[in-house]
Design a protein around this ligand. Structure first.
Ligand SMILES: Cc1cc2nc3c(=O)[nH]c(=O)nc-3n(C[C@H](O)[C@H](O)[C@H](O)COP(=O)(O)O)c2cc1C
Length: 262
């Protein structure tokens, strides 16, 4: 699928074919997409543990649910528990020097082993590595993990899967997955084949571009060019907005199929 269409087709899928296994290779593709994401100081903050729902004991599965995620957790056959690894800054010095060695960070931009050892590490990164509770560490770790999760989601959509990033009860999973204590739980990425149509009722409402993005300074909207908007529609990045005319009927049919309240 073309990239713009993948972006346009992604929705939070909340009805999965709960009975249908997901091919392991598709999960590998999603994880690879996450691994290749841009990451601060080339540290992979995102860590994840893939769990097949049917391998989760019933008691644990029920304990994982939150009021805003219970049914989706139940229906999704694959759960990818995501974490941010607060120890990731620790190896940053060596990783940055490796980027120098492979020609990603170059003398043209002031980079060298000496610059890393004598300036970047002691002045910028070591204080962050030593103080994982700083708000700035949390912000960069969360951005880093979010980018990687997003790439995994888009790769999943490209593979014909449905995905939904969802809250879960953090304590409940740990007996099963035994995540290290430096890993802070984020969200669970639920994966499976959609039981709803891939349109999932249409593209979800968002504020217009001008309301959330600015040009030059806050208050001066970044004005969308209608010609470009049309191009994005043609490329299926911008799609029909929710609700599609048949969405209510689709939800009723899904409710009947899964024995859920209408
Ligand atoms: C970080 C994050 C957490 C989310 N948590 C939940 C959740 O707990 N339950 C849920 O149903 N959806 C959750 N969502 C999905 C959003 O509610 C979803 O983005 C919203 O419905 C907009 O629709 P779209 O993702 O289909 O474009 C989450 C999304 C993100 C990015």
């Amino acid at each position: 699928m073309e990239f713009k269409e993948v972006v346009g087709r992604r929705r939070s899928i909340r009805y999965f074919q709960s009975w249908r296994k997901v091919e392991r290779e598709k999960i590998q593709i999603m994880l690879e997409a996450a691994r290749l994401a841009s990451c601060a100081v080339n540290a992979t903050f995102l860590k994840a543990i893939v769990v097949i729902r049917d391998n989760i004991p019933r008691e644990t599965l029920d304990a994982l649910k939150t009021p805003v995620s219970a049914l989706t957790i139940e229906l999704a056959p694959v759960h990818i528990y995501t974490y941010v690894d607060m120890a990731a800054y620790k190896g940053a010095q060596a990783r940055l020097k490796k980027l120098v060695d492979v020609g990603a960070l170059n003398a043209t931009h002031g980079w060298s082993h000496k610059f890393v050892d004598e300036f970047v590490w002691p002045n910028i990164l070591k204080p962050l590595a030593d103080n994982p509770n700083l708000a700035s560490v949390a912000a960069s770790a969360a951005s880093d993990a979010g980018i990687a999760i997003c790439q995994a989601m888009l790769a999943g959509v490209d593979e014909g899967l449905g995905v939904c990033l969802t809250a879960f009860q953090h304590d409940a999973i740990n007996k099963l997955v035994k995540a290290p204590k430096e890993w802070i739980p984020l969200f669970v990425l639920l994966v499976g084949y959609p039981a709803e149509s891939w349109e999932a009722g249409g593209q979800r409402p968002r504020p217009p571009l001008e309301e959330i993005f600015f040009e030059g300074e806050y208050g001066k909207p970044f004005k969308a060019d209608p010609k470009v908007t049309e191009q994005m529609k043609a490329a299926k990045m911008i799609q029909a907005p929710a609700p599609l005319p048949w969405r209510k009927e689709e939800i009723k049919a899904l409710a009947r199929m899964f024995g859920l309240p209408e």
